[in-house]
Design a binder for this molecule. Sequence first.
Ligand SMILES: C[S@@+](CC[C@H](N)C(=O)[O-])C[C@H]1O[C@@H](n2cnc3c(N)ncnc32)[C@H](O)[C@@H]1O
Length: 222
Amino acid sequence: MNKKGRGTIEEDPFGVSEADDAFFKAWNAMDVALEADFLRVGPYVVMHEWERPLMQKCAELMSVHNSDLLEIGFGMGISATSFQEAGPRKHTIIEPHPEIYKTAIYWADSFSTDIRIIKGTWQDCVEDLGTFDAVYFDPCHAPSRQELDRVIFIRYAARRLLRDKGRLALWFRNKYLPYPFQQVLLEHFSTVFLTQVDCGPPPVRLQQRGYRDKVVIPVAIK
Ligand SMILES: C[S@@+](CC[C@H](N)C(=O)[O-])C[C@H]1O[C@@H](n2cnc3c(N)ncnc32)[C@H](O)[C@@H]1O
């Protein structure tokens, strides 16, 4: 049972448990620093300039022109800026960290499009958002829920968030799509296409965490 007592969407416990809630509280209290080429939250490097080609390719693949777009996680705003360049009709962004949220509000001011920034986690607000033509999922996860949250989100997006022919893209650091995700995407979407982006050799700190030069982007069509 999650902290809001909602329990499940179908059989999925997508609300944050008390342990995860503690993680997000700690997360939101960590200091944020935008270094020369990466964004650090507490001890974590959450986004790196190195990923820019990946974000740009993702925006290109999602073809969000005139679409209603939902984006989970603002980070350095690299994907958000690439999506804006494509001209969405409406762009909703969910971001829980208070400092990053402020940056996102400031960022949104420089565009004349309809942009809505929501402060919170996707687990907290996803039920109240309505439906979209395109969704990009790139948050951070509580350590115990890396895989689980993605699976839960995929199912939820297919059932409740996306309109007919809506597109879902997710961030992976892998070179190939891990098999369990291929399975869950194909179970819930009519088509899944995979694109591999060559970002060049990753910075050492990312290599140490298992990043490689090539990264897969799955885009699933409802
Ligand atoms: C990897 S960054 C996103 C990078 C972004 N795509 C870019 O191009 O810069 C992840 C972001 O998701 C936010 N986040 C973490 N947990 C989240 C959650 N449960 N729901 C929504 N956003 C979350 C983090 O605070 C962080 O800003």
